[in-house]
Design a protein around this ligand. Structure first.
Ligand code: FPP
Length: 254
């Protein structure tokens, strides 16, 4: 059965997906729909998040197989702290479980793991695990997996502005020299290329405070599918949609 796409005019059936040559260097994903996936099955939300964690593994496998260099996953937004304490605890527990059980495997697969966000809010224990994962995999040269945790795009820009202002006040930076590169270099994603594609599942058409600066020229792909159903076919569809888009970065068509 073809996966329903929000952008129906691009209707691509999974059957005609072939090995296309235009693989995006960096794919970023807003993994949405865990709760609705669970509700549709009469299951608790936690079951949806667990199934979502399995979808993370499928997504990673497909990204590695296709040679994607950077995969950024929005695993916990700064707004997610407003969910009930039970759900926050469930999500945190799931993240801890995932790290404990997957980091060694990812390391063997040459995956480099990085985290962006206000991670100290998760407490020292989890922060130690995050630091361990980053240290262990820091020299790996395969896919870079960037997990956005307690991440908010506006707050990231605010902290960059503060850091730039402080550097200027110390006389280390001439305000007239501040340009887009300077701002980019003060973001949490400094050194990571901007995403070529941002995908959101579950039929919602919003960025929800995700990579606001970095998304300037990203192709946006909105899928109807709920995140826990994400699989290799979905991944191939994304590549196919991307290959059909003409990226002009504001320039005129040739
Ligand atoms: C949105 O679905 C998803 C989240 C808030 C969390 C994403 C977490 C995972 C995919 C699992 C854990 C991740 C890792 C890396 C182990 P929602 O709950 O907002 O869904 P809804 O909009 O249908 O309620």
């Amino acid at each position: 059965m073809p996966l329903p796409l929000a952008t129906a005019t691009e209707g691509i059936s999974p059957d005609n997906v072939s090995g296309n040559s235009t693989v995006p260097r960096h794919i970023a994903v807003i993994m949405d729909g865990n709760g609705r996936w669970a509700a549709a099955r009469g299951l608790p939300r936690l079951a949806g998040h667990r199934a979502g964690a399995e979808a993370v593994t499928r997504c990673l496998k497909a990204a590695r197989a296709k040679g994607v260099e950077y995969l950024t996953l929005y695993a916990f937004s700064s707004e997610n702290w407003r969910r009930g304490p039970d759900e926050v605890a469930d999500l945190t527990g799931l993240l801890r479980f995932y790290l404990r059980h997957k980091v060694n495997e990812l390391h063997k697969q040459n995956v480099r793991i990085l985290f962006v966000g206000d991670t100290h809010r998760f407490g020292q224990d989890l922060c130690d695990e995050l630091a361990h994962a980053e240290r262990l995999t820091g020299a790996n040269t395969g896919l870079t997996l960037l997990l956005a945790l307690s991440y908010g795009g506006r707050s990231e820009i605010v902290q960059a502005a503060k850091a730039i202002a402080r550097a200027a006040m110390r006389g280390e930076l001439d305000p007239d020299s501040i340009d887009e590169t300077v701002v980019s270099n003060h973001l949490l994603t400094a050194g990571i290329p901007d995403p070529d594609v941002i995908v959101r599942t579950s039929g919602e058409h919003r960025l929800s405070n995700f990579l606001l600066w970095q998304s300037a020229y990203a192709e946006l792909v909105f899928l109807e599918q709920m995140w826990p159903d994400f699989n290799e076919t979905t991944f191939n569809q994304i590549l196919e949609i991307y290959a059909r888009r003409e990226r002009r970065f504001g320039a005129r068509p040739a």
